[in-house]
Design a protein around this ligand. Structure first.
Ligand code: 5GP
Ligand code: ZN
Length: 135
């Protein structure tokens, strides 16, 4: 992917503050973090988003997220942690190469991960449930 900034980070053409690397993943510090320690887990292979990523790769990526999170908890004086993963421009994705955000939270920080809540009726919930039900 010639024009992908994360592919360039993976190939080493663009430098990054790497905190972990293996055959499939690279974990880097976000260059414009929401908080100190904000890290990104990148797949080495280019998948644009959740709709393209291989399921097994995603499974291994999340196992790694658990390890990185536990290490962050041990090393940083964090209070909590947000895991964020944006898919598509409307959802806030700016780099279209799959990545998971690990955002450590500290008491009194200014990070906000919030949305307005809808007050759906039971019928509306049932309708969407029947559309989405998977067996
Ligand atoms: P998205 O908005 O696509 O979910 O997240 C992209 C993230 O990549 C942003 O948090 C942004 O700060 C980060 N980012 C963009 N360019 C670079 C870069 O060149 N290096 C690093 N380390 N992070 C970057
Ligand atoms: Zn890429």
């Amino acid at each position: 992917m010639d024009n992908c900034i994360f592919c360039k980070i993976i190939s080493g053409d663009i430098p990054s503050a790497t905190i972990y690397e293996d055959d499939e993943f690279k974990v880097i510090l976000d260059r414009f973090p929401s908080n100190v320690g904000h890290a990104l887990i990148l797949t080495k292979k280019h998948y644009a988003n959740i709709f393209e990523i291989d399921e097994d790769v995603a499974g291994r990526l999340f196992k790694l997220a658990v390890k990185v999170s536990k290490n962050m908890k041990d090393v940083l004086n964090l209070e909590a942690m947000n895991i964020v993963q944006n898919n598509g421009e409307m959802a806030g994705q700016t780099v279209h190469h799959f990545h998971l955000h690990l955002i450590p939270r500290y008491v009194g920080d200014k990070v906000s991960v919030k949305w307005e809540q809808l007050d759906l009726t039971d019928e509306q919930i049932s309708e969407v449930q029947s559309k989405l039900k998977m067996n």
